[in-house]
Design a protein around this ligand. Structure first.
Ligand code: HAM
Length: 422
């Protein structure tokens, strides 16, 4: 769109959303395929939940004092008077689906993954969108610290498989319901002492949930938070042992990580382990993925008392880091001349497509030369030529565009040649 002809509002994508066009979408498909295969190799199965959920799911799951719930949800009242929200994250939906379908009673591993859009009314900027995509993985009913390490290793394996190496893995433990209250109290006292240096939002958080002060992006608050007490000094023996177990298992993988005591993640449900992978030199929106353990969510939903752990990766942020060139497509272009040849071309195009060959056909009724130049422009690997002579013989010509060579044969034989080189 040129500067002279600004697009009408209804003809541009909604602020913070974007189209993924052909050329780019192939990279997304590649990433999604690699991720799905990798997750499945760790025993995960895909679980697809709806885009819309009851608002209470996120109020209860994500947490009423989080920025996501207080400021960023796309919430509306539907025609039946229900409060509905476009999911800002996926974790509560998976927990809901387990409770709703009693997947815990199947006796199968409860390991799920999903790749799809999420919605947050945040300030759009590079790496931060209002509709964005996550790859989300969740594990339930597995409490061993080795599981925490395994999931962090899987995240690392995904990035390495895609050639992403300039990252750092941060881990922390945010404690549990037994040890967090004392920590929150200590935070409240520390934050109270520097109240004047905090933004109005953080001043409110001193009372509601002081842990959330760590999420604030205002530099003054970040600076103040650096001197706050560290959660590591407040962990109960169980949380301390668990964290030591996670670290030992990570060492088993030889995985490098840094303990970041201020990394509490912006969601209320975490217990014990939290982790993030950040892009080195990635600017402000540098978290490629983040996750952690949430052992109380199911119970809080009124479901079975089973623990959970998972992470979500931001696909836009990942794709921006990749140097993947889409694989060149090898397609066939069918050119023809005359009515009978056109009918045969249509029939043969169907045959090649059924056999899995990407096939385009000329419908415009132009001369051979124009058809060839179109095939060239589209980068077709082969051109199938159907003229009167070919029709009479039932033998057609196939031109290999890169080699400049031409062979002649029955459709089946030509198909075999294409399939061999596809
Ligand atoms: P989160 O940290 O809110 O965690 O989001 C995970 C990732 O999604 C981020 O690291 C980032 O890459 C991407 N992301 C988040 N917001 C945006 C945005 N506005 N634009 C672009 N990318 C974004 C969760 O959502 C948790 N549900 C993760 C989890 C799963 N914890 C346990 N299980």
């Amino acid at each position: 769109m040129s500067a002279e002809t600004p697009a009408k509002k209804e003809l541009t994508a909604v602020k913070g959303t974007h189209d993924i066009l052909p050329g780019e979408v192939e990279v997304w498909q590649k990433v999604e395929t690699v991720a799905a295969r990798l997750f499945e190799s760790y025993g995960y199965r895909e679980l697809r939940a709806p885009v819309i959920e009851h608002t209470e799911l996120f109020e209860k799951g994500t947490g009423e004092t989080t920025d996501i719930v207080t400021k960023e949800m796309y919430t509306f009242v539907d025609k039946g008077g229900r409060s509905i929200t476009l999911r800002p994250e996926y974790t509560p939906s998976v927990a809901r689906a387990i409770v709703e379908h009693r997947l815990d009673l199947l006796g199968l591993p409860m390991r799920y993954y999903y790749i799809g859009p999420m919605f947050r009314y945040d300030k759009p900027q590079k790496g931060r969108y209002r509709q964005f995509h996550q790859m989300d993985v969740e594990v339930f009913n597995e409490k061993d610290p080795a599981v925490d390490a395994e999931i962090i290793e899987m995240a690392d394996a995904l990035l390495r498989t895609l050639g992403v190496t300039q990252t750092e893995t941060l881990i922390n433990s945010v404690g549990c319901r037994a040890c967090r209250p004392a920590y929150s109290q200590a935070l409240r006292e520390a934050a109270g002492l520097v109240r004047d240096r905090l933004c109005p939002d953080c001043r409110r958080k001193i009372e509601t949930n002081p842990l959330r002060i760590f999420d604030c992006k205002v530099e003054g608050c970040r600076e103040a938070a650096r001197s706050f007490p560290k959660i590591s000094e407040f962990l109960c023996p169980e949380c301390r042992d668990h964290f030591a177990g996670v670290r030992a298992a990570l060492d088993l993988y030889g995985l490098r990580y840094k303990v970041d005591p201020n990394m509490v993640r912006g969601l209320d449900y975490y217990t014990k382990t939290t982790f993030e992978v950040i892009a080195l030199g990635g600017g402000q929106q540098n978290a490629v993925l983040g996750g952690g353990r949430y052992d109380d969510m199911m119970k809080d939903f009124g479901g079975p008392d089973i623990c959970g752990i998972g992470f979500a990766l931001g696909v836009e942020r990942l794709v921006a880091m990749l140097a993947l060139a889409p694989e060149p497509r090898k397609s066939l272009y069918v050119v023809h001349m005359g009515d009978k040849a056109r009918a045969e071309a249509i029939r043969l195009a169907r045959m090649f497509r059924r056999a899995g060959v990407e096939t385009l056909i000329e419908y415009a009724g132009r001369g051979f030369k124009a058809q060839f130049s179109r095939a060239n422009k589209l980068g077709a690997a082969w051109v199938l030529i159907i003229g009167d002579d070919e029709l009479a013989k039932g033998f057609f010509k196939l031109k290999d565009m890169a080699a400049g060579t031409q062979i002649e044969g029955a459709p089946d034989a030509l198909l075999a040649v294409i399939k061999e080189k596809q």
